[in-house]
Design a protein around this ligand. Structure first.
Ligand SMILES: *Cc1c(COP(=O)(O)O)cnc(C)c1O
Length: 371
């Protein structure tokens, strides 16, 4: 199609007939939500996929994180990064906790593990690190710090579905992880998400919290919310999971092509993928150094738009710079995050993005360089 807009992502859908075939059964049972057969089946498939026993499904990723933080009954301060989607910081603040912003490292943009300890105070109760772009945090070091200071570690793993570290699915790291199955993610259930945790007691609390805190018909014992995943979402998850591997493989090929075309351009930094990680190739960010590239990120972004290519400034701005948080929290510790947010541009990447389009995008980028 001529003049078709190329967006940063495109939602993955299973073949139409496959989904319709799946949801037909719902017309027999009239069971639409509240932990029905699709919910149960999908949960089992995910446990198998992650190689863990404890999962709770949610209607979106945000509620899984917000209710996870509530389930751990955390207090005081939580160390996190501002280089993330609004959800991470909101989940902390909505739990009455204070986010303490730690910087990121300039190679893979996850939390800088060498700067965590200096932020720990007597009020610190947890670390909420964010795996970004399909890379994962330095889980070993974070684990070591958390043990030493007796802190909980709850990962925002919204970008990391399917990512492995030394052959282990990253769902196993920390005390818990939150995943998002939003339409724009590597794996989607339209909207959706899940919490993965070590302690089965947390699961019991989460299952209540996501259903209004209801214990039984006449007893409500917790100030809960409504976070249940419905049957249509679960059915979408069951279908999309069948195609996940193929979809990650297609992403990988496109990422390798981007890498090949963009790795030796003065002034452009591409994402360093740690060797021990099997990535899910969720996003393709580039960092534009204006001094060496000749034009800045914003201009490069506009240049691409002239060709109907819509890259995204993702993540920008930092969550700590949002109107609702500005000047509320100390941001003096995050100079790297600030710089990266100003220079990052996330390029289009999704399984059905044509190879020729990746080549075209790279050409436009190369030709935009002014030096
Ligand atoms: C998508 C995303 C979320 C929120 O997930 P939803 O399913 O959209 O609620 C949280 N954190 C990060 C890093 C995300 O990318």
């Amino acid at each position: 199609m001529e003049n078709q807009k190329i967006m940063v992502t495109q939602s993955t859908l299973p073949p139409f007939e496959e989904y319709v075939d799946e949801i037909k059964k719902i017309w027999d049972t009239h069971w639409l939500t509240n932990m029905g057969p699709f919910h149960q089946k999908f949960q089992g498939l995910l446990e198998e996929y992650f190689g863990v026993n404890n999962i709770s499904l949610f209607t979106n990723g945000h509620l899984s994180l917000e209710l996870l933080l509530q389930a751990y009954n955390l207090e005081g301060e939580v160390i996190t990064t501002p280089f993330t989607f609004s959800s991470t910081t909101h989940a902390i603040v909505r739990n009455g906790l204070k986010p303490v912003f730690c910087d990121i490292n300039s190679e893979d943009f996850t939390i800088d593990v060498n700067k965590i300890e200096e932020l720990i105070t007597k009020d610190t109760s947890a670390i909420v690190p964010v795996h970004v772009y399909g890379n994962i945090c330095d889980v070993d070091k974070i684990d070591e710090i958390a043990k030493r200071y007796n802190l909980k570690v709850i990962y925002d793993a919204a970008h990391a579905f399917g990512v492995k570290y030394k052959g282990i699915n990253c769902a196993s790291f920390g005390d818990a992880s939150m995943y998002s199955f939003h339409a724009t993610k590597v794996f989607n259930t339209i909207e959706g998400g899940c919490a993965v945790y070590r302690d089965p007691e947390i699961g019991k609390i989460l299952d209540k919290l996501k259903n209004f805190g209801i214990t039984d018909a006449e007893h409500v014992d917790m100030v809960g919310s409504n976070g249940k995943m419905n049957e249509f979402q679960a059915a979408m998850g069951i279908c999309n999971l069948r195609h996940l591997e193929e979809s990650i493989n297609k992403r990988k090929q496109l990422v390798e092509l981007y890498d090949e075309c963009l790795s030796n351009i003065e002034g452009l930094q591409i994402l360093k993928r740690k060797t021990e990680i099997d990535s899910n190739y969720a996003y393709y960010p580039i960092i534009v150094d204006e001094r060496k590239f000749g034009v800045n990120r914003d201009i490069l972004c506009k240049e691409l738009e002239l060709y109907n290519i819509f890259a995204r400034k993702y993540f920008y701005p930092l969550t700590s710079e949002f109107g609702c948080y500005k000047q509320k929290f100390d941001v003096s510790h995050t100079p790297v995050a600030k710089k990266i947010a100003q220079e990052v541009l996330t390029l289009p990447l999704y399984p059905d993005l044509p190879v020729s389009m990746v080549e075209e995008i790279c050409e436009i980028i190369k030709n935009s360089r002014k030096k």
